[in-house]
Design a protein around this ligand. Structure first.
Ligand SMILES: NC(=O)c1ccc[n+]([C@@H]2O[C@H](COP(=O)([O-])OP(=O)(O)OC[C@H]3O[C@@H](n4cnc5c(N)ncnc54)[C@H](O)[C@@H]3O)[C@@H](O)[C@H]2O)c1
Length: 357
């Protein structure tokens, strides 16, 4: 069996998750690793069978010529990595959410990948959790009747979590395109974070199939007291004419349906369990063009445009039509427009997490 060679760039938390999961799959071998931090690079090399290493991703990629170029750098570093991947001839690019911080950059990335005819996937891997799968299965078999609403809330801030909320609810809604978005935002403290965000954003999305999307992310989003882990207080689901089904990222799933009554089960987000199937589906797509990865870039861009339209609406007011037709720097627009007033929180833990007195 031929193996696909992999270069992983950024040996932080997610880079190590990816590299370990690639090496654990017999279809892949990590042939190169890259980081600008020499100690991180040496520590990672020792754990990954001492592949080639370097601090310059583009140069290393030209030397390794990987089948898969994977990068897990912070959200401010995207386009140069996409270019390095394509110039090295990689057949598949695997990278981390969010696709990019601005619509200008989302369009550049999407155009580059489309023009090259490369495959690309974005890591929205929570979906492999058994509790997410259960909720999707309930929706897909029609047990909710006509789905009219999908929703997602998270206390964690936007650039960490909104892309996850939107992607999984788009999955629940079979990736129907969106027609418009409208939102409000408050609080500026997290614009200085390495995941720059308003402290709170909340909004509505009209999907072209008539389904309503409702999203909230950050300090004003509701607590989920059933969940202890703050980053896992995410609630995502769907309402239909005959019931509802929802998942709590670190608190299992629950549903009430007309024919099934009340149901529930366990499940918690777990990188060790979620990464192997995410990686396996990359092998499947490389082996067979028909087996398109569910986390493909086109799906991720639908969500990215929604996330950016919500920000644009919060900055400029009113509804924003989708798909977007022009690029912009939405976080900058929003930061310039928001008042300096502190965000109002929904629970004491949010006050602490957002550094408020
Ligand atoms: N999908 C998920 O569940 C999930 C979870 C956490 C984080 N993330 C995302 O993963 C990405 C990375 O997050 P992280 O927590 O692993 O960050 P991290 O800070 O732990 O790692 C980033 C690494 O990139 C390296 N780096 C920076 N510039 C570089 C360059 N030019 N060349 C090579 N290496 C460079 C840094 O030295 C660092 O080691 C972010 O986009 C984040 O949003 C996703």
């Amino acid at each position: 069996m031929s193996q696909y060679s992999v270069l992983v760039v950024g040996m932080g938390k997610r880079g190590m998750h990816h590299a370990a999961a690639f090496n654990a799959n017999p279809k892949f071998q990590v042939a190169g690793i890259c980081d600008i931090d020499p100690k991180r690079l040496d520590d990672a090399a020792a754990k990954l069978g001492n592949p080639q290493k370097g601090a310059d991703a583009a140069a290393l990629a030209k030397s390794v010529r990987p089948d898969v170029f994977c990068f897990c750098t912070l959200p401010n570093l995207r386009t140069p990595m996409i270019r390095a991947a394509l110039e090295s001839g990689a057949r598949l690019i695997a990278f981390e959410k969010p696709v990019a911080l601005t619509s200008t950059e989302v369009f550049v990335i999407r155009d580059l990948v489309r023009q090259a005819g490369a495959k690309a996937v974005v890591s929205h891997q929570h979906r492999y959790g058994k509790h997410y799968q259960q909720v999707k299965a309930i929706i897909a078999r029609g047990a909710l009747g006509r789905v009219h609403t999908v929703y997602g809330t998270a206390t964690g801030w936007m650039t960490h979590l909104l892309s996850h909320l939107i992607d999984y609810t788009c999955w629940f809604n079979n990736y129907a395109p969106a027609s418009w978005a409208m939102a409000q935002a408050a609080g500026k403290t997290k614009f200085t974070d390495n995941h720059p965000s308003p402290d709170y954003i909340a909004g509505f999305v009209q999907f072209a199939n008539g389904v309503r999307g409702v999203y909230e992310c950050g300090a004003g989003a509701p607590d989920q007291p059933e969940v202890a882990k703050w980053w896992g207080k995410n609630r995502l689901g769907a309402h239909g004419t005959e019931g509802f089904a929802e998942v709590l990222t670190n608190g299992g799933w629950r549903a009430v349906t007309k024919t099934g009554g009340a149901q529930s089960g366990d499940g918690a987000m777990n990188y060790d369990a979620d990464m192997p199937p995410y990686i396996q589906e990359m092998a499947d797509w490389l082996d067979d063009h028909q087996k398109v990865h569910p986390c493909n870039l086109e799906h991720a861009c639908l969500g990215a445009e929604i996330m950016l339209a919500l920000q644009r609406s919060a900055a400029e007011g009113g509804q924003v039509a989708l798909p977007l037709v022009t690029g912009a720097d939405e976080p900058a627009l929003l930061q310039a427009k928001l008042a300096d007033r502190p965000v109002l929180v929904s629970c004491e833990q949010n006050r602490k997490e957002f550094g408020l007195a």
